[in-house]
Design a protein around this ligand. Structure first.
Ligand code: ADP
Ligand code: MG
Length: 296
């Protein structure tokens, strides 16, 4: 099991207290800047993510979610503004591997992320590249596979795994790098409901038990509802941000952003319009039942 103690200590700056784990200031990203086809994908984003937070990012297609994710481990660099990861400016090329080691990425397509022919070799790939000693690599692989509950599949060929299992192996690959933050870009979009459930449960457990920071991009509102904080994007900007309970009841805004609305929040909104008095923070079906039948 990946214990809290295995994660490096939170960085503290002498004199000025804690620095947010991820700090984004005025981040603008323009693809093909200066050319005819230039495209402003991010437009002056200000955002911080604290160590140990679980943040969900939602937003319509093209709103800039993937572009934002790619700034968190320096796959992309700002056209303007600053991104700092654990105090490191992502533009500092000499620290690129520190950043890549701190923030692990998991992408949508499970088949594009596994390179080795055997599961445990794939998990070992990252630490091998970092030049970690073989006995330490073996320890990390064992620990990472246990953390995603994939130990029994260590000798498997990846093509024999389900999509959900492949995503768990991808997560293990990041954990074996001793990553402190997982950035996941629609990791469940290509999975069936069972696979979605197993990936979300794995991420949630790692977050709860190991305190790993999670930035989780998703189209599924029920997944976003599991986060500490939800960020809704629109046209390269943050349109809405807050705990799920304050974001999801904002039915009109979510619809304007082209997003699904949790069924219970939608029904509660329509009942309110008909004059039924209900609390403002209804998000789940359970909340709604409780509000309508308080004694049940
Ligand atoms: P999302 O992940 O929310 O769907 P993206 O970050 O992929 O949004 O895209 C944001 C905007 O940037 C879109 O208008 C998209 O067309 C554009 N874009 C994304 N990637 C590229 C690229 N490699 N080249 C040019 N434009 C891009
Ligand atoms: Mg995307």
């Amino acid at each position: 099991m990946l214990g809290k103690t295995l994660l490096p200590a939170v960085m503290r700056l002498p004199g000025d207290g804690f620095l947010a784990f991820i700090e984004i200031e005025g981040l603008t990203h323009i693809y093909h800047a200066g050319q005819d086809n230039e495209e402003k994908a991010l437009d002056g984003i200000d955002l911080t993510v604290e160590e140990g937070e679980f943040v969900a990012v939602i937003g319509a297609n093209g709103s800039g979610k993937s572009t934002l994710a790619k700034h968190l481990n320096a796959i992309l660099l700002p056209t303007a503004g600053v991104v700092r990861v654990n105090g490191i400016d992502t533009r500092d090329g000499s620290r690129l591997w520190d950043i890549r080691q701190t923030v692990g990425m998991v992408f949508q397509n499970p088949d594009n992320q596994i390179i080795a022919a055997v599961v445990e070799d794939d998990v070992a790939f990252g630490p091998e590249n970092l030049g970690v000693d073989p006995p330490e690599i073996r320890r990390r692989v064992e620990e990472a596979l246990a953390a995603v509950r994939m130990t029994e599949f260590r000798q498997f060929e990846p093509h024999l795994l389900s999509g959900g299992q492949k995503q768990r192996v991808a997560i293990a690959g990041a954990l074996a790098m001793r990553t402190r933050c997982l950035v996941m870009d629609e990791p469940t979009a290509m999975l069936d409901p069972a696979g979605r459930q197993e990936v979300l449960a794995t991420v949630k457990r790692l977050h709860d038990e190991s305190g790993i920071t999670v930035v989780y991009i998703t189209h599924y509102m029920e997944e976003a509802a599991a986060a500490d904080r939800v960020i809704a994007m629109e046209n390269g900007r943050v349109a809405l941000m807050g705990p799920p309970r304050s974001v999801f009841p904002q039915v009109e805004t979510l619809k304007r952003l082209g997003l699904d609305v949790p069924l219970a929040a939608d029904v509660a909104c329509r009942l309110r319009q008909k004059g039924v008095r209900l609390p403002e923070d209804i998000m789940t079906e359970e909340d709604l039942v409780k509000a309508l039948c308080p004694s049940s």
